[in-house]
Design a protein around this ligand. Structure first.
Ligand code: ADP
Ligand code: MG
Length: 259
């Protein structure tokens, strides 16, 4: 069965989408069968992997899986990267929070849908919106574990308590096996004291073994790649960004005895 990992942090701009896309591609390059589920109405993972919104067939996106009971197998798209597929999202997904509110078993819609395709993948990575609403409840109910990207900035720890208590709540109510996959420091600028202090604070806040050894530095190539519709490993395989996401993928594989 697939390892299902939700990438979440209710702060925007911390590297959730960048990590979903580039970790996904790096795992796929190790020969793993990877599915990315774009669960953010902004659809940045979708466009970042070169899927044009106009090319998505009507009612063939994550919204239709969540709200209309579309079959995941019918909405999966291939990407230009071998072994890497995606269930796309568009802004229509923004409606799901309200439309699901009165629906029975609304918290388990995604879990039930994904159960039908899980066996076809080694890793399923779910990119989350910057909020802790019903979409995120669905992804936390579906996932085995949450990967938390934390941006190395002054307020890095702010809001993490709320995120962790959401995880605890989902664990006690809906998904007893939900764990923390790992905490990833992103946009680290190793030359500054601030970055070093934040890194130390994050490592102290969590258990040491929960924080990845690999940290993601600021790398301009990482911010350019999405506009070319490519993961960093394809856009600029020799870049620092490509190197660190490959290292991260190896840490993830090792954690699952899968390397
Ligand atoms: P989130 O999904 O959490 O909102 P993103 O992954 O979209 O965050 O990242 C926010 C912005 O920062 C994007 O423009 C992205 O290209 C850029 N970015 C992310 N990680 C890095 C990095 N390590 N170096 C440089 N730019 C980055
Ligand atoms: Mg995002």
């Amino acid at each position: 069965m697939a390892h299902i990992i939700a990438l979440a942090n209710q702060k925007g701009g911390v590297g959730k989408t960048t990590t979903t896309v580039n970790l996904g591609a790096a795992l796929a390059s190790h020969g793993k069968r990877v599915l990315i589920i774009d669960a953010d109405p902004q659809g940045n993972a979708t466009s970042g992997l070169g899927i044009k919104k106009s090319s998505i067939e009507d009612e063939h996106e994550i919204y239709d899986v969540l709200v209309h009971g579309a079959k995941p197998a019918d909405v999966i798209l291939k990407t230009s990267h071998d072994n890497l597929e995606i269930i796309p999202a568009t802004i229509r997904l923004a409606g799901a929070e309200l439309e699901l509110a009165p629906v029975m078993a609304r918290e388990t819609r995604l879990k039930e849908a994904i159960a039908t395709i899980e066996a076809q993948y080694d890793y399923i990575l779910i990119d989350n919106p910057p909020s802790l609403g019903l979409i995120t409840i669905n992804t936390f109910t579906t996932a085995d574990a949450v990967l938390i990207p934390v941006q190395a900035e002054y307020y890095a720890l702010e809001g993490l308590g709320q995120l962790l208590s959401s995880i605890t709540q989902i664990k006690s109510l809906l998904n007893p096996d939900l764990g923390i996959e790992g905490v990833l420091l992103t946009m680290v600028d190793g030359r500054t004291n601030l970055s070093n202090e934040v890194e130390e604070a994050v490592r102290n806040y969590f258990n040491e073994e929960q924080v990845y050894h690999t940290v993601i530095p600021r790398n301009v190539r990482l911010s350019e790649a999405p506009s070319h519709g490519l993961a960093i490993i394809d856009y600029d395989p020799k870049s620092k960004g490509s190197e660190v996401y490959t290292k991260l993928s190896e840490e993830v594989l090792a954690a699952h005895d899968d390397i």
